[in-house]
Design a protein around this ligand. Structure first.
Ligand SMILES: Nc1ncnc2c1ncn2[C@@H]1O[C@H](COP(=O)(O)OP(=O)(O)O)[C@@H](O)[C@H]1O
Ligand SMILES: [Mg+2]
Length: 258
């Protein structure tokens, strides 16, 4: 079943920059897809088009069978939870509240205005926190935790949102290698065990190879590779990491370099 469909979607920012060139992508339910590309390739823009944080310049985005419009964007966004590079927690609030915030999507407006939570929502938040092994930190201020722990809160928050889709925009770019693997392992578990479709952007080839079912390589807003990790070869990597001037982005650890 198709959960996400982009039909000839493009994005030109007001300054004239074409961050995503007309692109058609279909993403099946239950898969773990990695959008792989260098800084500036258009990964964040692509993900933000899927949940309507950016509007398309042309083409259409279909999520859960519905064409995304200004009318249904809020409802569909509840089903399309996002994990951010910088975690996007409220640092002064405690951990459990940061997780429970996800439930405000489903609360009456007056409750969300007052940050009031129903007991059932607190219970969902507690279970999500247990899932990422942070029960012991529930009452601690979020900004007292390490980066890896903060991202686990970010993941507990998307679990508590009970979405169909998780979009993770460079979820490990601010973390060390060991913690990065832990976080991606958690996302992979959620994908496999709960059947939630995950689309994550990464700039590291090794991590994409390790965790993705499917890798979509982009360069300057164009898809230059689309296949399984096993199909990704040296030439594909060169295309993904080629700069405008023809040189290769050396910041990648070319696992395939000769
Ligand atoms: N709000 C914006 N206005 C203008 N240009 C933008 C904006 N956001 C991103 N860009 C540009 O669009 C291109 C793609 O950016 P982005 O999607 O953030 O790439 P990535 O996430 O792969 O680093 C870059 O050249 C970036 O500078
Ligand atoms: Mg980005």
């Amino acid at each position: 079943m198709t959960l996400i469909q982009l039909n000839q979607v493009s994005k030109i920012y007001p300054n004239g920059l074409e961050a995503v060139k007309p692109t058609t992508i279909t993403i099946a339910a239950g898969t773990f897809t990695v959008i792989l590309g260098s800084s500036g390739a258009g990964k964040s823009t692509l993900l933000r088009l899927i949940n309507g944080l950016e509007t398309t310049t042309s083409g259409e985005v279909i999520v859960l069978g519905e064409k995304l419009t200004s009318q249904n964007v809020r409802r569909l966004r509840a089903q399309t939870a996002m994990v951010f590079q910088q975690f996007n927690l409220v640092g002064r609030l405690n951990v459990i509240t940061n997780v429970a915030i996800a439930r405000l999507y489903y609360s009456p407006w007056w409750m969300s205005m007052l940050y009031l939570f129903r007991q059932q929502d607190i219970n969902i938040a507690r279970r999500a926190l247990a899932r990422v092994n942070l029960t012991s930190k529930a009452w601690q201020r979020a900004d007292t935790l390490s980066g890896g722990q903060q991202q686990r809160i970010g993941i507990a928050r998307v679990i508590a949102q009970q979405p169909k889709i998780i979009l993770a925009d460079e979820p490990v770019a601010s973390l060390d290698p060991v913690t990065s693997e832990e976080i991606l392992t958690l996302l992979q578990e959620i994908c496999r065990e709960d059947g939630i479709t995950v689309v994550a952007s990464l700039h590291q080839v090794e991590l994409a190879m390790q965790f993705a079912d499917r890798i979509i390589g982009i360069n300057s807003g164009t898809v230059v590779f689309d296949g399984s990790p096993r199909q990704l070869g040296r030439d594909n990597l060169r295309e993904i990491y080629r700069r405008q001037d023809g040189s290769i982005d050396e910041s990648i650890n070319l696992a395939f370099s000769d």
